[in-house]
Design a binder for this molecule. Structure first.
Ligand SMILES: Cc1ncc(COP(=O)(O)O)c(C=O)c1O
Length: 362
């Protein structure tokens, strides 16, 4: 068996010990005589898996008691609709920050349900790209909530801190691509949501963390499966949940705890991203288009000074065991996604390859 370094933006690389444990338990989960995939979601065995996963996630993120943790389906894209459906209440307006492609998709979906979507700030267009200063955001104090994308997976623009907004409008964040990459203060948020397939599991699962006092605002039209209160009351089992993805996410949470939790992850991620950006900045051959204050620690896009070398870069990288480095089709160039599960040795190998490629082609 030989595994490659997989820089895919998602579905993305998973920790090897997690995959190994899943393989060991595949045919017979802990003496049950069956695979987790074959278990009833209402049986004792799966309920214990689900409860342990929630407990471990709560511990990792220090989720306060007045928050529900939901394990839903439909990806973050479902949440683009679920957020306005659940939170609009009697309000006439919702606030959104636009920092790139994923913000835009969330804004477009909110427009289907909210009478007015107020875009408080536009980022992502400047060169280098940056996040507009929070002091300049044109927030509406009547808004039902303020939404932002914590990490724009495509352009590699990340909020390094929770924006310090004034007033008590609930903050909602799409953390799909940097969830569990560092500690966060959950009490600052009304809702946090994140699809699993980047930083904590296989596709098919989306964690939603929601403050309890926001559970009574849902529109009557909200589909039951995305109705936060209904799902909270049903322990996220209003219908058959994504059992296997939930189980693997649980194994990832245990792996994170063994690795030292989110503080250790934050240090590791800062080191990995720091050395990759340093290598890019030290060269005229490669360039990252994001201002240092907003550079993502998870997704590092870069372009070659001569884009006619892109195809050679990608094929030679692949031959060297460095896979899925092609940038998103909307921006081109390269993108290295270096989530929690990407070992530091993978980043080192990429940096060495880049230096060697530059020597041969620069
Ligand atoms: C930041 C962000 N939000 C939303 C999505 C959409 O997620 P999904 O495909 O799980 O609906 C993605 C995924 O690619 C993403 O990176």
């Amino acid at each position: 068996m030989s595994r490659v370094y997989n820089f895919s933006a998602g579905p993305a690389t998973l920790p090897e010990p997690v995959l190994q444990q899943a393989a060991d338990e595949m045919l017979d989960w802990q003496g049950s005589g069956m695979s987790v995939m074959e278990m009833s979601h209402r049986g004792k065995a799966f309920v214990s898996i689900a409860e342990q996963a929630e407990a471990d996630l709560r511990e990792l993120l220090q989720v306060p008691d007045n928050y529900k943790v939901l394990f839903l389906q439909g990806g973050a894209t479902a949440q683009f609709a679920a957020v306005p459906l659940n939170l609009l209440g009697k309000a006439e307006v919702v606030d959104y920050v636009n920092t790139g492609s994923w913000s835009k998709k969330a804004i477009a979906e909110a427009g289907k349900y909210a009478p007015r979507v107020n875009v408080v700030a536009e980022g992502g267009k400047s060169d280098p790209m940056s996040i507009p200063d929070v002091a300049d955001w044109q927030c509406d104090p009547q808004a039902a909530y303020l939404h932002y994308c914590a990490n724009e997976t495509i352009s590699g623009v990340e909020f390094h801190d929770v924006p310090a907004t004034a007033g008590d409008v609930p903050l909602v964040s799409d953390m799909s691509s940097n969830f569990l990459s560092r500690p966060i203060d959950v009490s600052r948020f009304g809702v946090i949501y994140a699809g699993a397939q980047k930083n904590y599991g296989p596709a098919g699962l989306t964690v939603v963390i929601v403050r309890e006092d926001l559970l009574d605002r849902a529109s009557d039209q909200t589909p039951s499966i995305w109705h936060y209160q209904a799902q909270a009351e049903a322990d996220s089992m209003l219908n058959t949940p994504a059992t296997y993805s939930w189980y693997i996410a649980g194994l990832v949470f245990q792996w994170l705890k063994r690795e030292g939790g989110l503080t250790a992850m934050a240090e590791r991620n800062a080191r990995k991203a720091g050395k990759l950006y340093e290598a890019i900045d030290a060269s005229d051959f490669y360039r990252n288009p994001v201002h240092p204050s907003a550079r993502s620690q998870m997704n590092v896009p870069f372009v070659l000074a001569d884009d006619s070398l892109d195809a050679a870069f990608l094929s030679e990288a692949q031959a060297a065991g460095l896979h899925t480095l092609k940038g998103h089709r909307s921006v081109g160039g390269m993108r290295a996604s270096i989530y929690n599960a990407m070992p530091e040795s993978g980043v080192d190998a990429l940096i060495d390859f880049m230096a060697d490629f530059e020597r041969r082609n620069g």
